[in-house]
Structure formats: C-alpha cells, structure tokens
Ligand binder design. Structure first.
Ligand code: CO
Ligand code: ZN
Length: 346
C-alpha cells in the first residue's frame, strides 16, 4: 500500500516523468539484472534469461496540464495534456512545477453569482478557467514558471471500504506498481524486459520507440480499464466490475470501429487464460470501445509482435479520483509473476 501510494502521488505528466522514474529505479535497484534508460525517457528493467524475450509495459505518465500563457497579474492559462475532461477541473488544487520552486495553486473561473442565466446552465470549458497561485508575474518568472511548465492535480490516496482505494493517476500507476512488484518477486524462465513507458496518454509514444529497441517475441501492456459497475453506466455498455479480477483485453480501439487499437493475438489470450486458471486467478474478458493501450504500439513494431493487454478495472478513469480494488491489483501481480515464471507455449 505504501509503494502504491508513493507511485500514485508522484507527479509526472507526459514528457515530464522524471520523478516517477526515479522512484521506480530506487525501488528495483538490486532486485534485477540491469536497469537502463533511453533518450526518450523510457526505463528498461531486465530480469532473467531464456529462449523468449517478453516485453511488459506500464506507462509512467499521467494526464495533466501545461502552462500556455501567464497574464500581467500572474494568472495562468493552460493546455490539457492527454484526455482531461473539462468538467473535473474546476476547484482542483494543483502544483505548478516551476524550475526553481514548486507552487501550490487552484483552478478558478467566474463565480456563479456573476454568471448570466444561460451561462449558469452551460459546462464551463477549460479555456474559461485559469490557475491562481497567488504569485505575481514577476514572482512566477523568478520561480522558473514559464510557458511549458507542467501542472499536476494534487490528490492523495485514500482507503475506502471493502478493499477499495481512491487516488490520482491510478491510470497507470496501478500498473507501474504491479510491474515493480512482479519484477521484484519473480524468478523468470525467459528474458523479461519490464518497460516503464513515457507519453502513453498522448499517443503511445514511449511504447512505439521502446518496442523497436527491445525486439520482443511477446508484448504485454498493463493498464487500467473502465469499470461500469456504478450509476449512469448500463451493464451492457461497460460490463467490467471492480473486484472481479484483472481483465484480459481481447480487443479495443475507437468507439465506432475498434480502429486504431489492438486485436489481441489469440495465442496470447489463450496463454494468459491458462495461466490464470492454473494459478486460480479470477479474470474478466473484455472488449473495450473508446480507448487503447501500449499493446497497440508493441503489436505493430518491426514485423509484428503477438501482444495482449492486462487491465485493472477502475471507476471514474481520467477524473483524478480513480477508484480501484486492492484485490484486483494483487491478482494482477500474481498473474504477471506467472507470466514471467512459465514457458511461452508458442
Ligand atoms: Co489514460
Ligand atoms: Zn493508461
């Protein structure tokens, strides 16, 4: 739980994942054969020898904001990095990561009292919001806050009832946690390359370059997925449930066509299904419309790589308060360990 809290709370929007990478390196030091980084910021953790190279990814980046403009009074306008919904932004506390000082701030907009009748009924879009740090423009300059400075949402991890927890960036720090734990504990029978990838939320960029250099025989992405077991989502729309185990993603992609996504290699799905059965791990099969993961980039590397994705169900994904189940996460770790400790049957 402490490690999950640490990786969840570490700031790191796409392109600025340094802090989280440091934590992972420290955590895995001495537990694996070799840890290296590439020029893009991806972290490669090598463990074990064997006939096959298995690449397992978890992305280190989180969605967030970036400074676009600072006005004369020091109010900051921002751009969104990754799929940030406007309706979760208002009133959030933020951290502005100035080069010389980390500043606290809050996201504000016009108060409801001064909104006209029709304005009140509308969603306030992000371009009508701004970050208030209390600092003047000159102070921001002194603190090293300028155009391009990353802004993260500030939220701690809190335990809920029945083994559930809520926290920021569970997408995909839950996956990072699982990969760290599995790499620490497994005795691999193949060459395992755990890759902590950067810039997933802006288009699977880290996985694209890292799968080229790893040359895997099999690729597995670990990520989060949409749990629909709460009000306002029909069961047939999103049948995945919290606490029913990690999902094996059979297909995902765009909402209209599953284009731009992954159709998991049937041999990979069969292998994962058999491993889960053998180790008594409850899993859910999933077809996800409206999103994809690093596995999509891995499968298209070089001459093609048999790939699959294991996802942890999460409620309210991309809301900065994502609810996940500790049981699902621990089952996911066990499944990863058995992937590492068993031969690949194809
Ligand atoms: Co995401
Ligand atoms: Zn993700």
């Amino acid at each position: 739980m402490e490690l999950l809290r640490k990786v969840s709370e570490a700031p790191g929007i796409s392109g600025f994942e340094y802090g989280i990478a440091e934590i992972i390196k420290k955590e895995l030091e001495g537990h694996t054969d070799k840890i290296e980084e590439d020029a893009f910021g991806n972290l490669y953790v090598h463990k074990g020898k064997g006939p096959k190279t298995i690449m397992i990814t978890a992305h280190t980046d989180e969605i967030g904001l970036i400074v676009k403009h600072i006005d004369e009074k020091g109010f900051i306008r921002f751009a969104k990095v990754g799929g940030v919904p406007d309706h979760v932004l208002l009133g959030q506390r933020v951290q502005v990561h100035g080069k010389n000082k980390k500043l606290s701030g809050t996201i504000g907009c016009k108060a409801i009292h001064v909104m006209k009748e029709d304005e009140r009924k509308q969603l306030v879009t992000y371009d009508k919001m701004f970050v208030d740090t209390g600092a003047t423009k000159d102070q921001l300059t002194k603190y090293g806050v300028r155009v391009g400075t990353p802004i993260t949402i500030e939220r701690g991890v809190t335990e809920l009832e029945n083994g559930l927890i809520v926290g920021r960036a569970m997408d995909d720090r839950a996956g990072c946690y699982m990969l760290i734990e599995a790499l620490k504990n497994a005795n691999p029978v193949n060459r395992i390359v755990g890759v902590f990838t950067v810039q997933e939320e802006v288009g699977l960029r880290g996985a694209t370059v890292s799968s080229f250099s790893v040359r895997p025989d099999v690729g597995i992405a670990i990520d989060t997925t949409i749990a629909g077991d709460h009000p306002e989502i029909g069961e047939s729309e999103a049948p995945i449930k919290l606490g029913s185990g990690p999902t094996l993603v059979v297909a995902d992609g765009r909402r209209d066509s599953l284009g731009g996504g992954l159709i998991a290699n049937p041999l990979v799905i069969q292998w994962l299904t058999d491993l889960a059965e053998k180790s008594n791990i409850k899993c859910q099969f999933e077809v996800l419309e409206g999103g994809t993961t690093d596995a999509t980039a891995i499968q298209l590397s070089r001459e093609g790589v048999p790939s699959g994705c294991i996802a942890i169900p999460a409620r309210y994904v991309h809301s900065f308060s994502e609810v996940v189940s500790k049981n699902d996460i621990e089952s996911g770790v066990r499944l990863l360990v058995s992937i590492m400790e068993n031969p690949v049957p194809f």
